[in-house]
Ligand binder design. Structure first.
Ligand code: 7PJ
Length: 277
């Protein structure tokens, strides 16, 4: 795996693990919905995460929680583009865009986004071509099913094998449209069509995904898998469990940790880095 990733006009150093801070510009995200709808508030939150040690800010306008409202392409553009422009103007940070929508991929790249993060791994019509045209790094994430129904009855014969096969298929689809392998990042998609035991098996066996020789991104921050482990802890009671999960992920090979809790997660992974890298 290459230690340096070109993200538009910025370089991402992956020689040790880094933090991707989550910035939702949705009115209905499960943990911080509604708070950063306004551009100023979004900028302040990005600034805070940057000060706390985030290297990437991941901006999303579509909530993928079960029963989230559908977001149109226009709504996504309206929510995201002003925030991207403002952060790009004001802060020295890599902007990642959490989207599956081709027009959003294209417009975000024009405004200086550095990474495309797609929970649907570029499976929407036109997304592969749109992403290829940007030349930016792309995170391919595994999900079983669709966001509104994915947690109803997740089923796998072997979750690790099935996620590997899916990711390989999406890598091949990217290569077929001229995307370079070196542009790709992989994510097993914790919580996306997975039971607690599926999530735990993926976390325990995350090292196997190092065989792809591509950077691994993980996101478990505040997710319901942590709430379940804790016997029903609410979203705002999952911080310490999230730190433990992020620590294990980094010990098992994760290169980028996507989190709402930047400061705490950064300190935890610093311990792993000090030991390992
Ligand atoms: C993930 C994501 C994740 C990547 C979300 C939430 C749900 N992108 N976008 N990986 N999760 N790459 O934050 O709980 O796990 S949205």
């Amino acid at each position: 795996m290459s230690a340096m990733l070109r993200c538009g006009d910025k370089l991402l150093d992956l020689s040790s693990p880094v933090i991707m801070g989550v910035l939702n510009v949705t009115p209905d995200s499960f943990s911080d919905g509604g708070r950063y709808l306004h551009v100023d508030a979004a900028l302040r939150q990005a600034e805070l995460m940057l000060r706390e040690g985030a290297v990437i800010i991941d901006i999303g306008a579509e909530s993928t929680r079960p029963n989230a409202n559908f977001v149109s392409e226009q709504q996504e553009l309206d929510r995201l583009l002003p925030v991207i422009e403002r952060i790009k103007q004001q802060l020295d940070v890599i902007i990642s865009i959490d989207t599956s929508t081709p027009a959003v991929i294209t417009e975000a790249a024009h405004r200086g986004a550095g990474i495309i993060n797609d929970v649907r791994a570029l499976q929407r019509d036109g997304a592969l071509m749109a992403a290829a045209a940007t030349g930016l790094p792309i995170c391919l994430m595994h999900m079983q099913g669709q966001p509104n129904t994915m947690q109803q009855q997740p089923h796998y014969v072997s979750v690790v094998d099935e996620v590997k096969v899916f990711l390989q298929q999406r890598i091949d689809a990217c290569l077929a449209v001229g995307i370079c392998r070196e542009q790709l990042l992989l994510d097993v998609g914790f919580g996306f069509g997975k039971t607690l035991s599926h999530n735990l098996e993926l976390l325990r066996r995350l090292t196997e995904f190092e065989a792809f020789n591509l950077p691994l991104l993980v996101g478990m921050s505040r997710k319901s898998m942590l709430g379940t482990i804790l016997g029903g802890a609410a979203v705002d009671e999952r911080l310490y469990a999230g730190i433990a999960a992020a620590t294990i992920a980094v010990m098992n090979g994760a290169n980028i940790v996507r989190t709402h809790d930047v400061r705490a997660t950064k300190d935890a992974i610093a311990v792993v880095s000090a030991m390992k890298f």
